[in-house]
Ligand binder design. Structure first.
Ligand code: SF4
Ligand code: SF4
Length: 469
């Protein structure tokens, strides 16, 4: 059995020095299959983020979160303020999906899809590398005294940071106001849209601070998901790990008699590439964002040494455990997730095209009129209608059993000209119902139903009690 050697555990974070001050992490960029895969995924996600507001589905942006008008357009579905309870389904699906993915693949979200990682690694660090060079040149430049060349490089880098931050924040704004409106705003004076201007500037300041300076500290110190993700793990959760049984005793540590070195040559390359500055050989750590950089870095070394790759690789969190996908935790998350998705699906399918509400007019409960020697009781109502579809609709409002009601002399008086509804229109339609007095029951109240297109609405009709005639 391999005897493990004592490792260099630290009682502080990799990005903090003995005095408690920040060590600026300038990671090397590894080359390898995982780096290529991550570049592809990050490029796809950045492109998706930028183009999503511009894509139209059924005439509306693929994603529009119009908070002032309480209108949300998502992948061709239109939602309004009264659909707010659906947010619980959406939050439930997001939470359970994250829990499920974490239970199976650990912090795959952090390394592959979190906007912090995607923009930091996919945009900001690349700008830095393009302007200042690789990690060694960047360290050299930082340590060098100010010179014309350093000033030009730093100015160019920060100008590009600001430019890309503005692109990100304006694209973000497009999710809330639509891309056409963003275009109109940037081509006009900020005074005409000062609220949005202030919003974008504040957001740009926060993004610039985070992506250009704060960086990995956000993942290590602030991210709430980073804090609780470990409780979602079990022994089979797939994580990026160093294979101790193969790597130890690493090169450079004292060996017992007859003991041979493991495959780790203690080159430190896995630490050089780590964006959070940790040593993966110290085991699973909260700071690890599962970015896979150390896998590529170590594979490069193993290849040079003609040793098998995979000294650092994805493996179950308890080393030696065999991966098992179907286990109680995963099945429980999947079951609840499917239940919530089904619930959302059912709600969406049964969602009416119109949202209706009938209210009685707030003046007198009823009044009387005489027409062709017939005494009519008249009730006044207001119909609140919201067209929840992305297309225009014309309303048809009738009694249920309309022909029968007309034969009895009942009347529904509605102003025809306001029955046309554009997508998303909300209107209050006043209408009158007139019923001959002899049809009113002795207790003075009648329940009846009207039909608005395919929907039925009940309402209460009031008239005089018999002794009040
Ligand atoms: S330990 Fe490896 S996987 Fe984890 S953050 Fe560092 S480089 Fe990425
Ligand atoms: S890169 Fe591989 S060989 Fe080098 S120190 Fe890290 S684990 Fe050891």
């Amino acid at each position: 059995m391999t005897q493990l050697q004592p490792k260099s555990f630290r009682d502080r974070l990799g990005m903090i020095d003995e005095k408690g001050e920040r060590i600026e992490i300038i990671p090397a960029r590894p080359k390898g299959i995982w780096a290529k895969r991550r570049t592809l995924v990050h490029s796809f996600l950045i492109a998706l983020f930028l183009v999503l507001p511009w894509i139209k589905i059924k005439g509306s942006p693929a994603v529009l979160l119009d908070i002032p008008n309480r209108h949300f357009s998502i992948l061709g579905f239109e939602f309004w303020a009264h659909d707010a309870p659906m947010i619980f389904f959406v939050l439930g699906i997001a939470t359970l999906s994250l829990a499920l993915v974490t239970a199976v693949y650990g912090r795959v979200w952090c390394g592959w899809a979190c906007p912090q990682t995607v923009f930091l690694d996919g945009v900001f660090r690349r700008i830095e590398e393009w302007v200042e060079g690789n990690h060694l040149k960047r360290r050299e430049l930082n340590a060098a005294p100010m010179s014309l060349s350093k000033f030009i490089k730093k100015s160019l880098k920060w100008s590009l940071f600001v430019l890309f931050t503005l692109i990100i924040t304006h694209s973000f704004l497009a999710y809330f106001v639509g891309p056409e409106r963003v275009f109109q705003m940037v081509t006009h004076s900020p005074k005409e849209n000062w609220e949005n201007f202030v919003f974008v500037m504040v957001l740009s300041g926060i993004f610039l601070f985070d992506l250009a300076w704060f960086r990995e500290q956000f993942c290590v110190i602030m991210c709430p998901y980073g804090r609780f993700q470990s409780v979602l793990y079990d022994r089979y959760t797939i994580t990026v790990q160093y294979d101790e049984s193969r790597g130890e005793p690493r090169k450079g540590v004292p060996l017992a008699q007859g003991q041979k070195n493991g495959d780790c040559v203690n080159c430190g390359r896995c630490v050089q590439v780590c964006p959070t500055g940790i040593d993966i050989r110290n085991g699973i750590q909260m700071e690890c964002i599962a970015c896979t950089a150390c896998i590529d870095a170590c594979d490069e070394i193993m290849e040079k040494l003609s040793k098998p790759k995979g000294l650092i690789r994805y493996m179950p969190s308890v080393q030696g455990a065999q991966f098992k996908l179907w286990r109680p935790r995963v099945m429980a998350y999947l079951f609840v997730l499917l239940a919530i998705v089904t619930g959302l699906f059912v709600v969406l399918i049964n969602r009416p095209k119109l949202h209706l509400q009938v209210l009685r007019a707030i003046d007198v409960p009823y009044f009387e009129k005489v027409e062709n020697n017939t005494h009519y009781i008249v009730n006044s109502y207001r119909l609140h209608v919201k067209n929840q579809t992305p297309s225009s609709q014309k309303l048809k409002i009738t009694f249920v059993n309309h022909d029968e009601a007309l034969k009895k002399g009942w009347k529904l008086q509605i102003p025809e000209h306001i029955l046309e509804f554009k997508a998303g229109d909300f209107k209050m339609i006043p209408f009158l119902i007139e019923i001959p007095r002899h049809d009113i029951p002795t207790h003075g109240s009648l329940s009846l139903e009207i039909k608005v297109n395919e929907l039925t609405k009940s309402l209460n009709f009031l008239g005089p009690k018999k002794h009040e005639y």
